[in-house]
Design a protein around this ligand. Structure first.
Ligand code: ZN
Length: 209
């Protein structure tokens, strides 16, 4: 009995060590991901694209830090309405829905408000199946390894892959497909596949109407 108690006691201690190690292993990556998403990615993104205070142009860099180009800011917001959520937020309602740090800008308006591209590009994806958090969506490839993604569309315009688009062309209509609580556009921009705050490319605010 004494031996059994001794064994039990030791096993319990071992279990405690194993469990606490496991807990660290399980929780560390989650904490690390949150930290990377909240600060690391934006630090990387800030090094890839930023507004030059002197020229008022967007300076673009490759991941090695070499300057690739300077481009004009865009005056064409992808849709009308008001910004209902900024890039990089992680509000409690977002956590409650199991969502991570906000990867784009949300612009809210009524269903079927037209959506356009924020700069010249080519349609590289036109997802008309509502089976992902992004819902129905359009992805556009721009110059200098910039891509933009337009989520939660009611109906994509069904532009064929390879279609050339310019600001003003309708690429889809606002909706609430995917993980969404109401009619809005989720607008994401990436440089070299890394999330960048869309505001870096944009002047002012989206027009109300
Ligand atoms: Zn969003």
């Amino acid at each position: 009995m004494t031996l059994l108690l001794w064994l039990y006691g030791n096993t319990k201690m071992e279990l405690k060590i194993v469990l606490s190690t496991l807990a660290v292993l399980i929780f560390l990556p989650a904490a690390a991901v949150v930290v990377v998403a909240a600060s690391g990615v934006s630090l990387v993104a800030d090094a890839l694209a930023f507004v030059n205070p002197t020229t008022k142009m967007v300076d673009l860099f490759d991941p090695n830090g070499n300057k690739v180009a300077s481009i004009e800011l865009s005056t064409t917001w992808p849709t009308t309405g008001y910004v209902s959520d900024e890039f990089g937020t992680h509000e409690s309602w977002r956590k409650a829905l199991g969502l991570g740090v906000h990867s784009g800008i949300d612009i809210s308006n009524s269903f079927d408000t037209p959506i356009t591209t924020f700069m010249d590009g080519v349609v590289i994806n036109n997802d008309s199946v509502d089976d992902s958090p992004c819902g129905k969506s359009v992805t556009i490839q721009h110059v200098h390894n910039i891509t933009s993604l337009y989520c939660h569309l009611n109906n994509p315009a069904m532009l064929p892959i390879g279609s050339k688009v310019t600001p003003g062309d309708v690429i889809g209509y606002m909706g609430s497909t995917g993980t969404s609580t109401g009619s809005h556009l989720h607008f994401t921009t990436k440089v070299y596949g890394i999330l960048v705050n869309p505001r870096i490319f944009m002047v002012g605010e989206p027009p109300a109407q």
